[in-house]
Unconditional design. Sequence first.
Length: 127
Amino acid sequence: MKNSRMYPVEKEFFDKYINPIIVQAFSPAGRPQKVNNYQVFSAVLYLLRTGISWRDMPTEFGYWHTIYLRFQKWSERNVIWQILRVLQTQQRLNFDIVMIDLTTFKVHRHGGGLKGGFKPKEKAKQE
C-alpha cells in the first residue's frame, strides 16, 4: 500500500480519469518513460502541498529533474488546466482551496522611500 500523503490520488482514479487526458496531449513516439505519469502527477501534488524545491523531491518519485521536465512539458501544453477543467465538468473535483502567489518586484534603492528621501526625527532632549 502506498503512502496516502505521498500519493493522495488513488491509482484506479488516476488511470480512469486523469491519465487519458495526459496521454491524449502527447505523441507515444520516442523512448519509453522511466517514470510513469502517476508518479509525476503525485510528485507535483506533493511539491505543491509541501512547498519544497524540485531538488528536495523524495527519491520515491524518481529523479527530480525528470519530474521537473515532465511538469514543464505539461505546463507548456496546459495539461494541468485540462485535467482540472475535465474533472470539474464531470463533478469529480471540488475546489475548496484558494492559492495565492506572492510575487516580489525589484525596486531601485531610491524607489522604496518617501519623496525627498528619509529624514530622521529629532532626538528627544535629555534633561
